[in-house]
Design a protein around this ligand. Structure first.
Ligand SMILES: [Zn+2]
Length: 237
């Protein structure tokens, strides 16, 4: 976590007119809802259980599901077989439950997918979520980007489009049109390419937009306008 009040961090990002803050467990989901309530329309909350914490699903899920009506979206949820900090079975239990909640409440769902493209694809293939599945911090190359495009999902790009050591994520992004894309910082855990900090924050969102502007051969303003328009459509705000 950034060791500052959220409002202080947001004061440094005047170019960010609004944003979505996801929860990763019950406590952070409640905190996201509380932040949204006091933000007067600039912050919107998502509530979820990150796959890293999925081993706690039996203690956490019910209280997260109770918060869904107060949230703009469900998330984070998904599968992480790279870190594998929770058992795969538990990750799948939590992911399926939260996907179901998103469908039941007609909310978008923010999906974390790391080294689990096939399993995430299988899990969402038969849901009714369409473009309201947001593949967050997308790290897929052309192959998986094509497969997920066929599912009708929306892609959210973060630092991987800036810092990827090869061109794989950028070649994937080139297949996505801006009406299927949004941007995020996935703050605070990602490093910035300047090497000066090992965290990021909402004020750094322009770095993601600048990378996409090179991929899509658009100006940064055009990227900002197009991805904001996509986000407004998907989150209905
Ligand atoms: Zn994530």
């Amino acid at each position: 976590m950034i060791d500052e009040e959220p409002e202080t961090v947001l004061e440094r990002a005047p170019q960010v007119s609004w944003l979505v803050v996801p929860g990763v467990d019950g406590a952070s989901s409640r905190a996201a809802v509380a932040l949204a309530e006091r933000s007067t329309g600039r912050v919107f909350a998502a509530v979820g259980l990150h796959p890293d914490h999925a081993d706690r699903w039996s203690d956490e899920l019910d209280r997260i599901l109770e918060l869904v009506p107060q949230a703009i979206a469900v998330g984070e949820t998904g599968l992480d077989f790279y870190r594998s900090l929770s058992a795969r079975h538990n990750q799948l239990v939590a992911f399926r439950a939260l996907l179901g909640a998103a469908v039941d409440h007609d909310k978008p769902v923010i999906v974390h997918c790391r080294d689990a493209f096939r399993e995430v694809h299988d899990a969402i293939e038969h849901t009714e979520t369409g473009d309201r599945v947001i593949m967050h911090c997308w790290s897929g190359g052309p192959h998986w980007t094509r497969r997920f495009l066929e599912l009708g999902v929306t892609f959210s790009f973060a630092d991987r489009i800036i810092t990827g050591t090869d061109d794989m994520v950028r070649r994937g992004a080139a297949l996505v049109t801006p009406d299927r894309a949004m941007v995020e910082t996935d703050a605070p855990h990602h490093c910035l390419p300047d090497g000066l900090r090992n965290t990021n924050e909402p004020a750094d969102i322009g770095l993601v937009g600048a990378s996409l502007s090179l991929v899509w051969k658009m100006t940064c303003d055009e990227v900002a306008e197009a991805t904001t328009s996509t986000a407004r459509r998907i989150f209905r705000c």
